[in-house]
Design a protein around this ligand. Structure first.
Ligand SMILES: Cc1ncc(COP(=O)(O)O)c(C=O)c1O
Length: 402
């Protein structure tokens, strides 16, 4: 894990800013709690025994490195670029979320915290955190919107089996943003004893930095595996963007490699011309949400708008501050695909390669299905397959009448 620099700029700076984004927009008493977490993280990060423990868990518990798989049939069918999948779906617990949850749980233990609290959308962060807390031996409380609880039943059951307390959130649209609000309120009851283990590269400093650092392993592995598969850097690295943790994890190692095109894929939901999407970077504007400055989908009064995506892990009206910065400096292109394109991609990957992707990851797959045919066969695209679709199988089957 290394500090990140881009064009000589430290990301984030000492105050947690990525350009104008990030920071700590929180009440003064919470600032102390966040600064304590930052100090503890900077201490632990430099300890060889912590790095060794995390590496061993990545290898023996998560199953890293996750493979880079050449999707021959899909590439041939699209008739253009060569498509490779970074198989984060094969990680223990089924998604990339376990990478930062292990880091956050070890940090909680190091800081002597008595409870780990978090939100979850699709349930992947919730399952991964409940898993990491079971492993480390700390009580865990997960807040989840009622709508998502009904949609992501397998993950709800897993969290309970793993010993987490599940709090159903019924306020607002009963989805991800409301779960974050609810988890934050619980955390505020005792920030000294509790830790809020945020599920993405969002929230106040140091979370966007810390979660990114734990996820950076994805891009580091892609870089090595690309050499083994095609002896050069990929031409494209593509990932879906909700809060942005899997995307920043995949992109980090390539930020300084200008020849590598980085594409973040946002949910266009029922269309960018409707009010039912969550394409924050495509259509939002700079604002503040959940303690950070970032692009936000908000109304004229600065209130977050209700958002929609078929993928519960992507329907968030904010986005990571580093992504907001990378958009402004033009280093990453942020594009979008609709619910329909996502569902089609979910089915295509299942039937052409025998891989059932998470609906979140299916957004990145859909972008590639749309674009790869127009590229030539010397182009290598790596798609971060952030998670597996077991959690979505019942929902998709019902929706498509299978
Ligand atoms: C499989 C999967 N991919 C992606 C995401 C989106 O999160 P992020 O943008 O932080 O990677 C989620 C969130 O729940 C997820 O479960």
């Amino acid at each position: 894990m290394t500090q990140q620099q881009l064009n000589g700029v430290e990301l984030p700076d000492q105050n947690g800013f990525f350009g104008q984004y990030g920071g700590q927009f929180i009440p003064p008493h919470l600032k102390k709690a966040m600064d304590d977490i930052n100090i503890a993280y900077e201490n632990i990060r430099k300890k060889p025994e912590f790095q060794q423990e995390l590496q061993e868990l990545f290898t023996d518990y998560v199953g890293r490195p996750s493979p880079l798989f050449y999707a021959k049939r899909l590439s041939e069918q699209l008739g253009g670029a060569k498509i490779y999948f970074k198989r984060e779906d094969l990680n223990h617990t089924g998604a990339h979320k376990i990478n930062h949850c292990l880091g956050e749980a070890l940090l909680a233990k190091y800081m002597g915290k008595t409870k780990v609290i978090a939100e979850t959308g699709a349930g992947q962060h919730g399952v991964a955190l409940a898993t990491a807390c079971a492993l480390v031996g700390i009580p865990c409380e997960i807040h989840m919107g009622q709508v998502d609880i009904e949609k992501e039943h397998p993950n709800v059951v897993k969290m309970k089996i793993l010993g987490a307390k599940l709090v159903a959130v019924t306020r607002g649209t009963a989805t991800l943003k409301d779960a974050v609000d609810s988890a934050f309120e619980e955390y505020l009851k005792d920030p000294e004893q509790y830790i809020y283990a945020i599920g993405s590269v969002v929230g106040p400093h140091p979370f966007p930095k810390m979660v990114r650092d734990f996820q950076a392993i994805i891009g580091q592995e892609i870089k090595q595996q690309a050499q083994m598969h095609f002896a050069k850097l990929p031409d494209y690295v593509v990932a879906c963007v909700g809060g942005g943790s899997n995307a920043i994890g995949a992109f980090s190692a390539f930020l300084a490699d200008d020849q590598v095109q980085l594409v973040g894929v946002e949910p266009a939901g029922k269309g960018l011309d409707t009010d039912q999407h969550a394409a924050t970077l495509s259509l939002g504007k700079p604002g503040q949400i959940h303690g950070m400055a970032c692009y936000v989908l908000e109304d004229e009064l600065g209130q977050p708008l209700p958002v929609h995506s078929i993928a519960s892990g992507l329907d968030y009206p904010g986005v990571g501050p580093q992504h907001s910065y990378l958009k402004d400096i033009g280093r990453v292109q942020y594009q979008s695909v609709t619910d329909k394109e996502c569902l089609d991609a979910f089915m295509t990957l299942s039937r052409v390669e025998g891989i059932i992707p998470a609906l979140e990851s299916s957004h990145a797959v859909a972008w590639v299905i749309r674009e790869a045919g127009a590229m030539d066969a010397t182009t290598n695209i790596v798609v971060n397959l952030s998670g597996r679709g077991d959690k979505d199988a019942d929902y998709v089957a019902k929706k498509l009448g299978l």
